[in-house]
Design a protein around this ligand. Structure first.
Ligand code: SF4
Length: 442
């Protein structure tokens, strides 16, 4: 699998050095020894993939890193990337009993990473129960975490799975959309390679965007799993938005992760206050922008980014402009942009503009980051698959849609949650398809 699009520039890599360095071997054992091995394990219950947290931690404490990694992979095939990108503060570590005792929670994410790094370093492949024993063939449309988890589970159980991805590399946002200091694109590709070794086939650079393409897949496969993710980034819908110097947050992140954007300068304004907006703002700082503003039309307490992400952005030197709304983007001198803004306030839960509150920011780059749009085009082509508010309607347990040959999971069903939620959805759908196929052939 090609990694030609990944940055090889040492300077760029140094700028995006990992936020949390890995634990040393000794530190990991000391940390693992602190775990109380709770019988009811609230940490496991808090994980959408229900990783046996005390089980894998116990194996680290006893020096059995291989056994620990296999325990993780049994529940979550993307255990390595989840160890890096999961918001552990609000999931497993947030649920750790030590937190309730006002003690530091076990560093579950870091320990998971320790086991997974050791497994990768060993070069060992993930075991497959009975390769090729199942006649079931499934196409997974979209190469992100939901499809990867679905395909991996199918192949581990002996069925055949093909992941169809429109971009050059699979991995979805893990490869192209997560801040490099959290998860390197190279690590995402490595994880995909591990899944390929399970027997998963990848067809990259192939877009499924028409009824004819779907009909062809229906003829070739028994079931189709929709791991489509979300649509394009939402537009600001203001004059001047298509000017050169306007680049949405996902474009910016993908550009530097693929080595196409190596440097920024001057002033960057990120519009939005979610986690992706923060990833883009931090990236702008690390790429050399002197001043980075985050502009949000509501207040600090309304921002959707996690608290730890907000704190991180402040540490990176990002400045926040609250209750400010962009209204137009114009051309300034020397190729710069002028972002026209107004002050906003809330009245009866609604945002209203304060009269005569216009002000302007001279800047070099405007980065819209107000979320991704719902899917539209492909949904119109899916016969019998219902959608509501741009999200595919699927059974909560099985992921089956209104068309019994189509299953779905991840962001296109839940509207955009964590990687670990997508993994859980993909795995559930794989198990449901396997069960359905067994019933049909019984
Ligand atoms: Fe260990 Fe904390 Fe989980 Fe208990 S809740 S098993 S202490 S990680």
């Amino acid at each position: 699998m090609s990694t030609a699009v990944l940055p090889h520039d040492e300077q760029l890599r140094a700028r995006f050095s990992e936020l949390k360095p890995a634990l040393t071997a000794q530190a990991a054992v000391i940390e693992a020894d602190r775990c109380l091995n709770c019988f009811d394990a609230p940490c496991t219950a808090a994980c959408p993939t229900h990783i046996d947290v005390p089980g894998f931690i116990k194996r680290i404490a006893s020096g059995n890193l291989r056994g620990s990694a296999l325990r993780i992979l049994d529940a979550n095939i993307l255990g390595a990337s989840c160890a890096r990108v999961c918001p552990v503060d609000v999931l497993c570590e947030g649920a750790c009993v030590l937190t309730r005792q006002n003690r530091k929670p076990i560093q579950i994410g870091q320990l998971q990473r320790r086991a997974m790094d050791a497994f990768w370093a060993s070069g060992e492949a993930v075991p497959v129960a009975a390769p090729g024993t199942h006649k079931l063939r499934v196409a997974c449309i979209g190469g992100g975490p939901a499809s990867l988890a679905c395909a991996a589970e199918l192949c581990r159980q002996g069925a055949r799975a093909t992941v169809i991805e429109r971009r050059e590399l699979p991995g979805g946002l893990n490869t192209y959309g997560v801040a490099e200091y959290k998860l390197r694109a190279a690590d995402s590709v490595h994880e995909v390679e591990m899944i390929r070794r399970l027997g998963v086939e990848f067809r990259c650079g192939l877009e499924v965007d028409s009824a004819a393409a779907l009909v062809a897949l229906e003829a070739e496969f028994d079931f189709i799993f929709l791991g489509l993710g979300l649509g394009a980034m939402q537009r600001l819908n203001i004059p001047g938005e298509d000017a050169e110097g306007v680049m949405n947050a996902l474009e910016l992140i993908a550009a530097y992760k693929t080595g196409h954007l190596r440097e920024l300068h001057g002033t960057v304004v990120v519009v939005g206050a979610g986690n992706t907006a923060i990833d883009a703002a931090n990236a702008a700082r690390r790429l050399g922008a002197d001043t980075v503003y985050m502009l949000y039309r509501r207040s600090e307490s309304d921002m959707s980014a996690f608290d730890f992400e907000y704190e991180h952005a402040k540490q990176e030197g990002v400045q926040f402009l609250w209750r400010r709304q962009p209204v137009a983007i114009g051309q300034g001198e020397h190729g710069r942009l002028i972002l026209e803004t107004v002050q906003a306030r809330e009245a009866d839960g609604k945002i209203e503009v304060i009269p005569d509150s216009q002000s302007a920011i001279a800047c070099d780059l405007v980065v819209p980051a107000i979320g991704q749009s719902p899917l539209t085009q492909i949904l119109q082509e899916l016969r019998g698959v219902q959608a509501r508010d741009g999200k595919i309607v699927a059974d909560r347990v099985t992921g089956q849609t209104g068309n019994p040959r189509y299953y779905a999971g991840g962001d296109c069903v839940n509207g955009g949650r964590e990687v670990v939620d997508a993994v859980a959805g993909g795995k559930r759908a794989a198990r449901a398809m396997l069960k359905e196929a067994e019933v049909a052939h019984a």
